[in-house]
Design a protein around this ligand. Sequence first.
Ligand code: ADP
Ligand code: MG
Length: 699
Amino acid sequence: MSEFYDLGKEYESNVFNDKVMKKKLPPAVYASLTKSVKTMSPIDPSIADTVANAMKEWAISKGATHYTHWFQPMTGYTAEKHESFVNFKGERELVLEFSGKELVKGEPDASSFPTGGVRETYEARGYTAWDPTSPAFVKGHVLYIPTAFCSYSGEALDKKTPLLRSMQAIDKQGKRILKLFGSKPDEGIVTNCGAEQEYFLIDESMYEDRPDLIYSGRTLFGSAPPKGQDLDDHYFGVIKPRVAEFMQDLDETLWSLGIASKTRHNEVAPAQHEIASIYETANRATDHNQLIMETLKSVAPRHGLVCLTNEKPFAGVNGSGKHCNWSIGTTKGANLLDPGKTPAQNARFLLFLSAVIKAVDEHQDLLRVSVATAQNDHRLGKAEAPPAIISIFLGEELTDILESIKTGVNPVSKKRVSMDIGVDVLPHFPKDTTDRNRTSPFAFTGNKFEFRMVGSSLSIAGPLFTLNTIVADALCEFANRLEKAKDFNKEIAKIVKETIVKHERIIFNGNNYAAEWVVEAKKRGLLNLKTTTDALPYFTKKENIALFERHGVLSKTEIESREELLLEAYVKILHIEALSMLEIAHRGIVPAVLDYSSNVAEAAAKKKKVSARLGTGLEADLLAKLSKLGDKLGKDIDALEKALADAGGNTTLKLAQYYGKKVIGAMNALRETADALELLVDGNYWPLPSYGEILYSVK
Ligand code: ADP
Ligand code: MG
C-alpha cells in the first residue's frame, strides 16, 4: 500500500453518480431523472431504457459482467441475485443487454425470505423496484442496483420501503411548516444520518477455534481476562500497524463505493474499533451502512483478520453499538435542528426541537422497539450503553432556555420576562465536541441528535423510519394548529411552551448509567422496557398501528408481520446460541474436563508409586474441585437440554418469553460453571482460546 493513492480520483470511482449520469445521459433524460430523484417522484417510464443502457455501458467499462437488484429483506442483511448481461440475438449472436424493464423491476422468488405471514395472506411472489434515490455502483464484477422489496400486492417485505415512505411523510408534514415560514414550494424536507459503527477485529486463527463465534457471532463461554479495559488504554490509542493496514484497505474500498469514510479510531475495549462516515440522506446512509458492515467483513480476511459486528462478542467487555446521528434539513441544505442566527431561524429551530421532544416522549415505546434484538439486550442498561429507558439529553444551556420559556424567568438576570420566541435570538450552541454526556440514549449535540441505543449489527432503517414517522406526526399536529392560527408567532410560542410543560419529563442531563436514574425515571413515568420481549408487543398497540397507517409508513398487516418476524428472530438466535453451547460443552468442554481430571489422577498415582511419602494434596484438591464443578456441569447441560425440549407456547410472543427466561437462564448457569472450570483446567486441554488470547490476538 505504499504506492501513491489519489483519493480525489478514486472517490466514487465505482459509483454511477451525478457526474457520470450527466456525461452519459442525454440532457433531457438526465434532467427528468434528477428531478424525480430530488422530488422523490416516480421515474418517467420512457427514459428507463436509455438510463439502463448508459448504466450497462458504464458498468461494463468498470469490469462488470452482471447486474443485481440489491435489496434489504427482513433478515437485516442484504440480498442479491446476479444476472449476466449475456443475451442472444437471431442466430445466437452475442449481445450484452440490460433493458429499462430489467432496471426498474425484478422478480426474485420471495418465498425464501422472511415475511412474517404476509406471504400466506397475499402472494408468494415478490418484486424489487429500483430506488433511484440511492446510486447504483459496481462491486467486483457486478452492477448493484439499490431496490425496494415488496410483495405482489404491495406490502413491504424489506427495511428500505418503510424508510422511503417515512421520508415522504416527514417531507409532507415538514413542508407545511416551512411554507408558513415563507419558504418556496419546491423546498422539501430531508432527514440526514451519519452512523458511527463499532466493531471488533480478531485474528482469523482464533475465530476458527471458536465455534460459538462461527455459529452465533459472539462467545458463549469464556472467563474474563486478567486485563480487560480496566486501564482505559485502548480508546483513541495508537493503532497497530496490521489494524492500520486493514483500516486503510477498508477506507479505500469504501471510498470507491462513494461512502465518505471519515473517522477511524480504537474504541474502549481491547480489539474494538470504530468507523464513521460523513452524514447523508437517511436512505443513502442506510444503504451505505449495510455496505460498511459487509465491507468490514470482506476486507478483514485479506489481512488474516475476522471482523465481529455482533453487539456483545465478549461478556464483561464493552459491546458494540452504532450511534445514529440524525437531523432534519431542507432540500436547500438548511439544518432545521441548527439554532440559527436570526429570530425567525430561532423560532423555526425551537418548533422543530419541540416536535422532536414531543415525539420522543410520546413514542418511547416505538424507539425502544426499533432497537430491540436478542443481541442488543446484552448491552442496554449494562452500564456500557444507555439503559433501556428513553430520555433526551439537551445540555444545560438549551435546557435553561426551555426552562425560561416555561417559567418566563430570564436565565441570566433571573428576572421575570416574557420570552418572545420570534424576537429573542438564541445563542449559537457550541457543538458538543467533548461529548460531555455519553450515557444518554438520545443526545442533542449542537445541531443533530445522536440516537445511541442502536446495536452494532442492526440495520439503521428501523430506527430511522421510526424517528421520521414520530416526528412527522408531531409536525403534523403543529402544522394543523399553525395553519389556523391568527398570530403565527404567538402560536409558535404557545406550542413550544406547551411542549416543554407537557414533555419535560423526557429531558435528563444526568448520568443515565446510574442506578438512581432508573428510580427517577420510574417516578417520572418513563417506560423501562428492559428486554426485547418486553418491548416488541408495543409495536402492535392500537395507537401505534394508527400512527404508522396515518402517515402511510406501515399498514396493520405489515406491522403485525414485522412484530412476528422480530419475535421469531429472537427465538431463533437464542436457539442457535443454546445449541452451539451444547455442542461445545459435549464435544469440547466435557472431554477436556475428563481428560484433565484423569491426567491429574494419574499424576497423583504415579507420585505415590515413586514413594508413598510424597504428598498429593494439590492433585487431590484440584480433583475435588474439578469433580464438584464437573458434576454441576453435567446437571447444567441436562437443564439446558430440558429447557429446549420443553420449549413451547401457543403464540410466538409466549415462546419468545419462554426463551428469554428459561433458555437464557439455563445458558447463563451452564456458562458460569464452564467459565469456572476454564480457570482450573490446563490450557492445553481446554478446547477454546481464552478471552485474553482472542482479545490480544492482533499484534
Ligand atoms: P460528534 O463528535 O459531535 O459526534 P462528529 O462530527 O464526529 O460529531 O460526527 C459524528 C457523525 O455525525 C458523523 O457521521 C457526522 O457526519 C454526523 N453528522 C454531523 N452533522 C450531522 C447532521 N447535521 N446530521 C446528521 N449527522 C451529522
Ligand atoms: Mg459522536
